[in-house]
Design a protein around this ligand. Sequence first.
Ligand code: 3PY
Length: 242
Amino acid sequence: FPTSIQKSLAQPSTAYGFWLTLPSATVAKTILHGTKPSTKFSWVLIDAEHGLISDHHYYELNNAIASEGASPIIRIPCAEEWMIKRALDAGAHGIMTTMCHTEERVGMGQCGRLIHSREWPVVTIMRGIQSGLTVAVQIESRGGVENIEKIASVEGVNVLFIGPCDLSKQMNVTRGGDEHEAAIQRVLAAAHSAGKKAAIFCTDGDDARRRVSQGFDMVSVNTDVGVLKAEMMGHLQKANSS
Ligand code: 3PY
């Protein structure tokens, strides 16, 4: 300690990362290996909310990512204490919890309740303080945006991480439209005025560059499957063009 993500977040420059959805240490290492310090990822989001990764993959993925000098951050499916413990026991440098404040999505709503009642796992906050864990919470609902100042002030939360896709769906607004952008800017401002870091999921390098210029501290540049699919289809189209 400090971890790669902590070192990166302590600098004025942006902390770049990518989304790992495949349960493959080989994919993670292949992407991370041999990159120049000037174009280096400092974190990888291991997505155990969506995709095929489950807790029995954590140990191998965490080690593969950490061995390449990046920080593994696990997005756990729900802010349940036992899920957080498993991620930490397997060596994650950070955890990310999803949030939702709409009643109709009961399962995710319960995750949000844990955070809002401030009962959310004491173990995480305690271990966070002791071990330098990075704790990110996802803001991806109208309720999350409306309560952002309260959420930002929760001790132990380091990063407010916007999920723009879910946010637009939950708010029932167009992605990239005025209301969506206003919500994103509100989260960014609230994070900074509470002395926290602001992060956002981006779909490609151009999207990420725009968010960096807005002052985001942490951006993901793409996903493993997103890149695989786009690259492969691009080559197929080139091969097939007359
Ligand atoms: C979102 O954009 O909603 C995310 O959570 C990223 O997968």
